[in-house]
Structures are given as C-alpha cells and as structure tokens.
Design a protein. Structure first.
Length: 189
C-alpha cells in the first residue's frame, strides 16, 4: 500500500449559492467548482421570453460593451426586449470582468428538449449559464445529490480547462424535460 503525499490530497469541490452577486467571485477559490447568484425573476423579461421561439440558436462573439447592438437586431420587438438586452449586457460585463477577457461567445436559444441530458463535465475554463424560462441547469453536489439552479440564476460552471481544476470540474446536465426553456450561455474568448 502506497501512502499518499500531502500534496496528493484534494478536498471535494464545493458549490456556492447566494442571493448576493458577490458569490460569483467565489469561483476563484480553489475548492469551488460552481458559483450561483440566485436572483429573483424579472416579470417583464419572463413575459418577453414566453414570446421567443428561435428555430436556430442565436450565436455570436460579442463584447460586453456592444452586446445589445450585437444581438438586439436578431430579437423580435415586443415589451420586455429592452429589459432582456440590459440583463444580458449586465451578465456580459460581469463575466468579462471576472474572466478578464474582451470578447465572449454568446448563445441564446429556446429549447423544447434537453440539450445535454446526461451528467458530464465541460473541457473549458468557465461557462456562465442563465435559464430565463423553464427548468434550469442541474449539477451534482459534493455528496452526489442533484441540485438545480432557479430560473434567472446566474451560474458559473468551472470546467476541466481551469488550471488546477482538471479533476474537479463541475458535473452537470440539462434538466430532463420537454418544457420550453430559454437559455443564455457565455464563454470567455
């Protein structure tokens, strides 16, 4: 039997959830692989999202400063559009600041089936996920229990591409549902 060196021991990763946006900075803590800002739903955005129905996802490389112009033309005009664009811009600004990047890969789409229904990890540094409508992202906590984000939560998922996190990426999935969903994801570029 070989004894493990002290440096071989890694405590289980943990996940942080709070109704305070400052929780997102917790993603930089070594043993944290998920940080989720549990926000209240915005009624105007929720109503607008019920009108959305993309046949293909809206995918763009955007900058935090120009995201509203970069995607606004692709969204239908209706009450709540400005609120959704402002909220997406806020998330882009926060995430670009946290990840120290100028550009983000943005995906906004409507879903009627699970995108990734099996538990998995992502080989990327970090991804921001926000479900505006419908059931939100699920993950496994350190005890192996399934936890689900609330709609409108801003959740950072640390992947195996994060230096030092190769073996501790968050295990997550899309919820197994056919209920309609509106999902925003951001990746640092």
């Amino acid at each position: 039997m070989t004894a493990l060196a002290f440096t071989d021991f890694r405590p289980p990763s943990r996940q942080l959830r709070s109704d305070d946006a400052d929780v997102l900075t917790g993603i930089f803590t070594d043993d944290v692989n998920l940080a989720s800002w549990q926000r209240q739903q915005d009624a105007a955005i929720a109503q607008y999202c019920r009108t959305l129905n993309f046949t293909m996802p809206l995918k763009r490389i955007v900058s935090a400063d120009s995201v509203q112009q970069d995607i606004g033309f692709a969204l239908p005009d209706a009450s709540g559009k400005a609120a959704l664009l402002a909220d997406i811009a806020l998330q882009c600004q926060m995430f670009a600041c946290l990840m120290d990047c100028q550009q983000l890969g943005l995906r906004l789409e409507t879903l009627s089936k699970p995108m990734c229904p099996k538990f998995h990890t992502d080989h990327l540094v970090c991804r921001l996920v926000c479900t505006y409508m419908g059931p939100a992202t699920e993950w496994l906590d350190s005890a192996g229990n399934t936890v689900q984000a609330m709609p409108f939560a801003v959740t950072l998922l640390k992947g195996s591409g994060w230096e030092g996190n190769e073996q501790q990426a968050i295990v997550h999935r899309s919820p197994a549902t056919t209920l309609p969903r509106v999902l925003l994801t951001l990746d640092p570029m």
